[in-house]
Design a protein around this ligand. Sequence first.
Ligand SMILES: C[S@@+](CC[C@H](N)C(=O)[O-])C[C@H]1O[C@@H](n2cnc3c(N)ncnc32)[C@H](O)[C@@H]1O
Length: 249
Amino acid sequence: MWSRHAADYEDIFLDPYEPGVVNPLWLALEAVADPGTKTIADLGCGTGPLLPYLAVRFQNVIALDFAPTMLERAWARLDIPAHARTTFLERPMHELDDLAGRLDVAVAVNSLVMPDLRLLDHTLAAVKRSLKSGGMFLGIVPSIDAIAYHLMLLVDQGLAQGLDEREAERVAGLRLERRQYDFALGRFRFKGLKQKFWQPFEVEHRLGKAGFTVRALEKVLYPWDDSLPGGEGLAGFPPSWDWFFMAQA
Ligand SMILES: C[S@@+](CC[C@H](N)C(=O)[O-])C[C@H]1O[C@@H](n2cnc3c(N)ncnc32)[C@H](O)[C@@H]1O
C-alpha cells in the first residue's frame, strides 16, 4: 500500500524539512554527542530525505522501510561515501530483534502512523529494545489536535465572510476533508491509506507504556502557506503543528 505512494507522498504529507518550518528534530540531532562513533536508525525512512544528513554525521546509519519503492528512492539519494555508512533494511519496523541493544539513536518521522494500536504498541516496544540503555528515540507524529485547530480557523473565516454557521462548517469541512478524520480516535483515511494521528497526551502515554522516559514533547511549527488548505488566508494566526518527541530508553 505505501509503495503506491512513493511518487506522491511529499504532496500528501506536511514536509517537516521545508525551509520556514520550525523543526526541533534538527537541534536534537545536533545535540547527539560524538555522532561519528554512533549508530542511528531511520525507521520508516520513506524516500530518505533525512538520510544524506545522517550519513554525513553518524558512523552507521540504518535506513528501514517496509515499502520497496520507498527504499529504491532513498537508495538513489545517497552518494558513494553515504552508501558506505548506510545499511538498507526492507521490513516492518517492529522486526528489530537482530538490532536489540545496538542503536544509539532511532528516528521515526511521520512513520508511527499504523492505525492498529496493538501493532503500534508492539512497534514502540521493539524500538525500545533496539536501543542501548540511555539511547534516544526522536520522532515526529501527525497531530490530530492541529486539525481541529485548523478547522476552527476555517469555520471562523467562513463566518467572517458572511456565511451562516452551517454553510461555514460545510465549506471548512470540505476544504479540510473533515469526513476522512476520526477525531476521537485520531485516525485519517486518504486514498485507501489509513493513518494514525496523535494527541500530545497519547505520545506520552504510549511511549511511557513502552518503557521510554519522555524528555521533550514540542510542536513542529508549519507556516500558513499553500501546503495547508486555506493557509494563505490564515497567516495572521499562530501556526499549525505536528508533534516532535524526544524519548530516552
Ligand atoms: C509519510 S512517510 C515518511 C517518510 C520519511 N520518514 C520522511 O520523513 O519523509 C511514512 C513512511 O513510513 C513507512 N512505514 C509506515 N509504517 C511502517 C512500518 N510499520 N514499518 C516500516 N515502515 C513503515 C512507509 O512505507 C513510508 O515510507
